[in-house]
Ligand binder design. Structure first.
Ligand SMILES: [Zn+2]
Ligand SMILES: [Zn+2]
Length: 245
């Protein structure tokens, strides 16, 4: 009886050890840097990282932001798993959020264009700028437009540093996102990133396929004709290609 108990204890320990080893073996291959591409093919690099806030740090961050923006409210907990740019620009099919440090691949994409305040719609992006020390501006912070209010005013959802995801008035952000910490200027721009190609269909004079070309970025793909019969043959209404019998 005693021997049986001892065996089962050993067995349980063995299983726990195995499970622990498995977890530690899979983590490093999950976290790291990954390259993805914008809709028109610009490469961007993201970091996928686990949360490394220590206990109590989330509350410290919440207190810090509250003193500047008591009107903002948090939508999900503080974490270092993702940052503001990653939340606003990366679209991940499995809803994984990333840390993205350089949004130029998105801003320079031919599918992105800058908007006037009057053109802004829900889902567009706002980018806050700081001085780059070279008489220019550099992106400091990104958010997504959640509501369009009257009078060119907007509610934004954005991730504040290592803190929480906040919903806030577009003008209600901590001093971290002001153009220059010593003054109160907010410098921002609105952008629409259209992540769908806008295809026009052309007849390449091939009986099997026609050509789809994006009018925005020039991306090309091919698909089979969409033939319909007519009395002496068939034709593709999408591109106009005709086969006479
Ligand atoms: Zn395109
Ligand atoms: Zn066709």
């Amino acid at each position: 009886m005693k021997r049986k108990l001892l065996l089962s204890v050993f067995f349980t320990c063995f299983i726990i050890l195995l499970a622990t080893l498995t977890v530690f073996a899979t983590l490093p291959s999950t976290y790291g840097y990954y390259n993805f591409y914008t809709i028109s093919g610009n490469m961007y690099t993201v970091q996928y990282e686990q949360n490394h806030l220590f206990p109590g740090q989330a509350q410290m961050l919440a207190n810090y932001y509250y003193q500047y923006c008591p009107g903002a409210f948090d939508l999900s907990p503080a974490t270092t798993e993702y940052n503001c740019h990653g939340y606003a620009w990366c679209e991940s099919p499995d809803n994984t959020h990333y840390r993205l440090f350089d949004i130029d691949p998105f801003l320079n994409d031919s599918h992105t264009h800058q908007l006037t305040a009057a053109e802004v719609q829900v889902g567009d992006r706002i980018v806050y700028y700081g001085l780059d020390g070279n008489n220019g501006f550099t992106p400091l912070h990104s958010g997504v437009i959640a509501y369009v209010l009257s009078g060119n005013s907007f509610m934004v959802i954005s991730k504040w540093g290592e803190g929480a995801l906040y919903q806030h008035d577009y003008s209600d952000v901590p001093p971290d996102y002001y153009c220059d910490y010593n003054n109160s200027d907010l410098v921002y721009g609105f952008y629409r990133y259209d992540n769908m190609h806008s295809y026009s269909i052309f007849d390449p004079f091939d009986d099997t396929i026609h050509e789809c070309r994006c009018g925005i970025c020039g991306h090309m793909t091919f698909e089979e004709h969409n033939y319909v019969d007519f009395p002496d043959g068939m034709y593709c209404p999408d591109c106009g290609h005709v086969i006479q019998f």
